[in-house]
Design a protein around this ligand. Structure first.
Ligand SMILES: NC(=O)c1ccc[n+]([C@@H]2O[C@H](COP(=O)([O-])OP(=O)(O)OC[C@H]3O[C@@H](n4cnc5c(N)ncnc54)[C@H](O)[C@@H]3O)[C@@H](O)[C@H]2O)c1
Length: 249
């Protein structure tokens, strides 16, 4: 198994991409902590992982609140003994353009998508140092690599994640702590569903993708698995698009 003996904390693990990552990591031998504000969904995912023979813990975690990160990391170490992998996956999307974005909306998106990643990294790193190393996988977006025709705060927050990842790689390589970002294209989850319901928007989205289809949460989870595992032991500071070729053209 590819994550045997590892302990992973996954933010936003109650549904969508984070849920797929939690389930895959558990199947590959990791003990997983699912942190999310969706308590019922998160508890259910953790229970189902346990029932399938894995080891999972749910903790309520609002990634914008420093104290909740402190508790999530502490609960993980108390239950599973260490922390080796952090997946900063929780995120929210808003599609307002620059001149339509309120200050409140800007702060909300930056709070979850950028501050959340910073706080998670801040509190996981000391435990990874104790464990002799670790892997941080940050969920950015294609919108963190190139300009997006929709959204203002979203792309800015995902661009912040991209560079924070590289700074983390630069600062903690000496402790064998790696940090890499994943840049999904459009993936079939609750976040994207409202846009995919509009046939025009779906059509134009598909035209921009060489592989000609929307991706699945599982396809992102496999990228996270590689970056979390020791197979990527010499990989740090990289950005991995998983997007059907969207940012290649
Ligand atoms: N779906 C896509 O097309 C797509 C594309 C590029 C990037 N992403 C990124 O992938 C990640 C996962 O998105 P998804 O598509 O699975 O969306 P989703 O909405 O299905 O899942 C997001 C999860 O994050 C959780 N979350 C939101 N705010 C939180 C908070 N303050 N604290 C803790 N948890 C919180 C939600 O409860 C949910 O479980 C996000 O960072 C998103 O920006 C998604």
């Amino acid at each position: 198994m590819r994550l045997e003996g590892k302990v992973a904390l996954i933010s936003g693990g109650a549904r969508g991409i984070g849920e797929a990552i939690a389930r895959l990591f558990a199947r590959e031998g990791a003990c997983v902590t699912i942190g999310d504000i969706l308590e019922d969904e998160g508890q259910r995912v953790a229970r189902e992982i346990d029932d399938a023979g894995g080891r999972a813990l749910f903790v309520r975690l609002d990634v914008t609140v420093e104290e909740e990160w402190r508790r999530a990391v502490q609960a993980t170490v108390e239950r599973f003994g260490q922390l080796n992998v952090l997946v900063n996956n929780a995120g929210i999307y808003r599609k307002e353009l620059v001149d339509e974005t309120s200050v409140e909306a800007w702060d909300e998106v930056m709070g979850v998508n950028a501050r959340g990643v910073f706080l998670g990294s801040k509190h996981a790193i000391p435990e990874m140092k104790k464990a002799g190393g670790g892997s941080i996988v940050n969920m950015s977006s294609g919108a963190g690599l190139v300009g997006n025709p929709n959204g203002a705060a979203y792309g800015a927050s995902k661009g912040a994640v991209r560079i924070l990842t590289k700074a983390t790689a630069a600062q903690y390589g000496k402790y064998s702590i790696r940090a890499n970002s994943i840049h999904p294209g459009p993936i079939e989850t609750a976040m994207l569903r409202p846009q995919l319901l509009d046939p025009g928007a779906r059509e134009s989205s598909l035209e921009a993708i060489p592989l000609g289809r929307i991706g699945t949460p599982q396809e992102i989870a496999y990228g996270a698995l590689y970056l979390a595992s020791d197979e990527s032991s010499y990989v740090t500071g990289v950005e991995l698009p998983i997007d059907g070729g969207r940012v290649a053209i």
